[in-house]
Design a protein around this ligand. Structure first.
Ligand SMILES: C[S@@+](CC[C@H](N)C(=O)[O-])C[C@H]1O[C@@H](n2cnc3c(N)ncnc32)[C@H](O)[C@@H]1O
Length: 193
């Protein structure tokens, strides 16, 4: 049985995605970083599915590529050294409208240059295009760390974005952790109806 830890955004995001992503599905990791989310997505979709991943850092691609290879999942994963703002351009056209889960884990790669962090404008562009790429009942999770550089601005922009997308076509949720002193992360969830 999988354990649900609602007090860690990364764990909660995985638990939510598990409910919407199945073997054979197509998924996107919009911020591959150390590859934990890419691995989780690839294991969930299996051999018959596929995961597309984006990061702007070669280090993230190399490390995630190695992790994926050492777990024998290389046939199920395609990694792009690209800004996720170009997600629409890089996802094959035949998969537009066919994506079951898209994960964003915003901010910087721990242990590397903190200036190489996600930026509000590209995040919102990527989110907007991600909504179009989703299949019906597809899910987007966005973990945001508002204590980081840009974090609060990014979080407020995401809040505005989720408040203004069509409630006819999407359901949204916002999970936050009141009273937490250090690193108060937040999770946004968007489901296409
Ligand atoms: C918090 S880390 C992601 C952690 C990762 N999901 C994991 O499981 O290890 C954020 C990542 O986003 C990447 N990033 C920053 N701006 C980006 C952009 N515009 N497009 C794609 N990736 C970006 C950073 O390089 C960093 O690796």
């Amino acid at each position: 049985m999988k354990s649900l830890d609602i007090f860690r955004v990364t764990s909660l995001a995985h638990s939510i995605v598990t409910e919407y992503l199945a073997e054979g599905d197509i998924a996107i990791d919009a911020t591959i970083g150390n590859g934990n989310d890419t691995m989780f997505l690839a294991q969930t979709v299996g051999d018959k599915g596929h995961v597309f991943g984006f990061d702007i850092q070669e280090k993230a691609l190399n490390e995630t590529g190695n992790l994926i290879f050492s777990n024998g999942l290389q046939h199920s994963v395609t990694l792009f050294l690209q800004n996720h703002a170009y997600v629409r351009k890089y996802i094959p056209e035949e998969q537009h409208g066919n994506i079951s889960a898209i994960m964003f884990n915003l901010g910087y790669l721990p242990g590397t240059d903190k200036s190489l962090t996600t930026e509000t404008e590209s995040t919102i562009n990527a989110l907007s295009d991600s909504c179009d790429l989703l299949t019906s009942n597809g899910i987007i999770t966005v973990s945001v760390y508002n204590e980081q550089k840009n974090g609060l601005t990014e979080q407020l922009a995401i809040m505005k974005f989720v408040e203004t997308i069509s409630s006819k076509h999407f359901e949204t949720a916002h999970i936050h952790y009141p009273g937490r002193v250090k690193t108060p992360p937040e999770l946004f969830v968007i489901r296409k109806r």
